[in-house]
Ligand binder design. Structure first.
Ligand code: TXA
Ligand code: MG
Length: 323
């Protein structure tokens, strides 16, 4: 694999956008900030560039990628946007909601993006600079989280460098991400909405917008193949629902459970989501064992517990888990 002297360029610097666009248009990979986590971007229509994403991350080829677009019109060039999908885009884009939609024939999107599925996941990120990069490139970018496969997602340019430094030419530095965990993923199929991955946009938010229920994903045809049980794994072991700290442990607190680090003193779930990966990384640097306080399993807490469950799962050969 090629090695690079990775450049880290702030979004505030003149020329950051044009450098990113130039590299992407030449089939190179660029790490970009989004409101959720940093993404490892490639021109989604350039097969060899998309293949490099899988190589650099060590990502299994059966795990499809999200296509990031500048707006609904760009998405409509390669996926079928039915009225339900269009209402979701109008309500939540730009923002942390990914829609899995039927791919149009002759979409020009690399087959590696959808990993052989008949659907493509699309998302319009709420980060101005990254949306400008996509707009100027004029094509969608495929971008998974910018971390080695199975490891913690990156919420800063430094996190990206820790995992992928030397393997990509450019990291666009947009500071620390606001949302902190990956987007909510829903599949829209024949007007029905199925939850594939929980995030900070909750099923209640969607129900309030659409007035129709969000269904559990019990349909194997539309499962998210990347939902592996061991995922988001720090090096240290992780113990959940901890109320006290045991020997050799770093306790990450929440609300009434005080720890050496805390997700949110006030028990604020959005604040906890924003801090989650950052604190898991911090605790991982400090110790060999991590304990995490209980997080209420409601609202955004469902997404936090989903990531924690995967961080705590036994490691070893990746096995797809029905979700
Ligand atoms: O917030 C996010 O979504 C971040 C930022 C960078 O946008 N991206 C992200 O990508 O989390 P990644 O690759 O780490 O996770 C994408 C998930 C995987 O679990 C994958 O299996 C699922 O989306 N996915 C992608 N395309 C799919 C499809 N056509 N059908 C079902 N699941 C799909
Ligand atoms: Mg990921």
């Amino acid at each position: 694999m090629a090695t690079f002297k990775t450049q880290v360029v702030s979004v505030a610097e003149d020329g950051a956008v044009s450098l990113a666009v130039q590299l992407l248009s030449h089939g190179q990979l660029v790490a970009v900030p989004t409101e959720t986590v940093y993404g490892l971007a490639a021109d989604a229509t350039e097969h060899s560039a998309v293949q490099q994403i899988f190589a650099v991350k060590g990502r299994p080829s059966f795990n499809p990628l999200i296509c990031h677009v500048a707006d609904e019109a760009m998405a409509a060039r390669f996926v079928q946007v039915d009225p339900t999908a269009s209402r979701l885009m109008a309500a939540f884009w730009p923002g942390p909601l990914t829609l899995v939609l039927p791919a149009l024939p002759d979409s020009h999107i690399s087959e590696a993006v959808s990993a052989g599925l008949s659907t493509i996941a699309v998302r319009c990120p709420a980060h101005n600079v990254t949306r400008t990069i996509i707009k100027e490139l004029g094509r969608p970018v495929a971008a998974p989280s910018a971390n080695p496969s199975g490891k913690l997602s990156p919420t800063s340019a430094t996190d990206v460098m820790d995992g992928l430094g030397g393997q990509i030419p450019l990291v666009v530095d947009g500071g620390t991400t606001q949302v902190g965990i990956e987007s909510t993923i829903v599949a829209v199929r024949k007007g029905d909405v199925y939850l594939l991955r929980p995030g900070t946009i909750t099923p209640d938010d969607i129900v309030n917008e659409l007035g129709i229920p969000v269904l559990a994903n019990d349909n194997s045809e539309i499962s998210a193949p990347g939902q592996l049980l061991s995922h988001y794994a720090p090096n240290a072991s992780v113990r959940l629902n901890a109320t006290t700290q045991q020997a050799n442990e770093i306790l990450i607190g929440f609300g009434p459970v005080a720890g050496s680090l805390t997700l949110s003193h006030d028990g604020d779930l959005l604040e906890a989501a924003q801090n989650l990966f950052r604190l898991l990384r911090e605790a991982d640097k400090r110790g060999s064992a991590i304990a995490v306080a209980p997080i209420p399993n409601q609202g955004v807490g469902i997404a936090i517990n989903d990531r924690l469950k995967r961080a705590a799962a036994p490691r070893g050969p990746a096995k797809p888990e029905a979700f």
